[in-house]
Design a protein around this ligand. Sequence first.
Ligand SMILES: [Zn+2]
Length: 157
Amino acid sequence: MALKAKTKEPRRVHLDVWQGEGRRLYGDNVATWKFRCPSCGHVQTAMDFKSYGVPIRSIDTRLAFSCIGRSIAELHPALPVAEMWGTDLGYGCNYAGGGLFRINPTVIVFGIAKETGEEATRPVFDWADPLPTGGSHDHQPEGRERSGEVNGHPEGP
Ligand SMILES: [Zn+2]
């Protein structure tokens, strides 16, 4: 059941929905939101980037986009950063979201960019933790559950 096709279409989610997911999982402090590298599984937060000395202005472009291992390799070359698809030795891997292999599983949709007239999106990592299902103030805009239920309502009017 854990098999996932590598060619799976990314999950598309609007920015406000995505931010809502982050808040539900981790609270209002974005610096503590946790993201999992799709290549090596290493979990990163903005605080982690900061603690390895990544400048604040650079964190925004790397967070949830490239594995923190890339930043660690740049700033701390002695640490054992794994190759892409490698085993996380505690410092992540060299996966880059903008590189040749793009496997970020979620796409944030910002809307239409005024400058280009095109849809602005950003591919990102998945959350490090599973999204809570159900809940009291559940307002999921898309029903993405396609589990092949057979005991639901019969088709037809
Ligand atoms: Zn990684």
